[in-house]
Design a protein around this ligand. Structure first.
Ligand code: SF4
Length: 243
């Protein structure tokens, strides 16, 4: 089996519950959503090459011709983890759950926990591969960053995801409506009330503006009315100029 892959590298997880953990990242092509702040080139087939870090921590990326086989990806991952112990393999995108068959086959070839970074909308795909997933970072997308709201899809997804270690991340901008953030907290509280909620201030991109510190504190106050664990964590890898 082969897939087009954007990049494979070793770095730290810069966001969410596992911020600071060392991971290998495999970034797959394609997405089913259209977020205004997206910083990933997502058209399927637009990456003729996958950029691969051949030695962990060097930041030196070498082009490999796409598509890559599962065996090639597994060999790269195991090489990157040979010198440095890694927490997990982050499968990200794009939307990785568009590639369930590849994820399942890759999981069978590697000896690392799988950490799925997903937009949290494809519940059937998740159910199909959840047996090989250890951790899920689930984005919850607010309606103002999309062409159509996805509340129901998020609810179905969280019901499936709560079978494993999952946390939910909401990206907030200056213009984000408090009622949408509260509805997100409410959705999580209804389905999986012990779940950690991360409020992540947007890294300005595509016309989005970061919220003020006062606004972040207010959004945390509102969400803590519904959930016991709400943390504000920005994209830390951007601060350290890491991949
Ligand atoms: S879900 Fe992620 S990859 Fe897809 S459009 Fe939104 S930000 Fe981009």
């Amino acid at each position: 089996m082969r897939e087009n892959i954007i990049e494979i590298f070793s770095s730290i997880q810069g966001e969410g519950k596992y911020v600071g953990c060392r991971q290998v990242f495999v970034r797959l092509e394609g997405c089913n959503l259209d977020c205004t702040y997206c910083d990933t080139e997502n058209k399927v087939g637009c990456h003729a090459h996958c950029m691969v870090e051949e030695r962990a921590g060097t930041h030196e990326l070498v082009p490999y011709e796409n598509p890559l086989s599962v065996e090639q990806v597994a060999e790269i991952v195991m090489r990157l983890t040979g010198d440095v112990p890694h927490h997990s393999l982050s499968i990200t995108g794009g939307e990785p759950l568009l590639h369930v068959a590849f994820i399942k086959e890759l999981a069978a070839h590697i000896d690392l926990p799988i950490f799925l970074e997903t937009n949290g909308t494809l519940d059937k795909a998740l159910t199909d591969c959840i047996d090989c997933i250890s951790h899920i970072s689930m984005d919850l997308k607010l309606p103002d960053v999309l062409s159509a709201p996805v509340w129901d899809a998020h609810a179905r997804f969280l019901k499936a995801a709560r079978a494993v270690d999952v946390y939910v991340k909401v990206v907030v901008a200056a213009e984000t409506r408090a009622e949408d953030v509260e509805r997100a907290a409410h959705l999580v509280a209804d389905i999986a009330p012990a779940t950690l909620l991360i409020l992540q201030p947007v890294t300005p991109c595509g016309g989005c503006t970061a919220p003020s510190s006062a606004r972040l504190l207010e959004l945390q106050r509102i969400t803590l009315r519904h959930l016991s664990d709400v943390r504000v964590i920005p994209q830390t890898h951007r601060m350290m100029d890491l991949l």
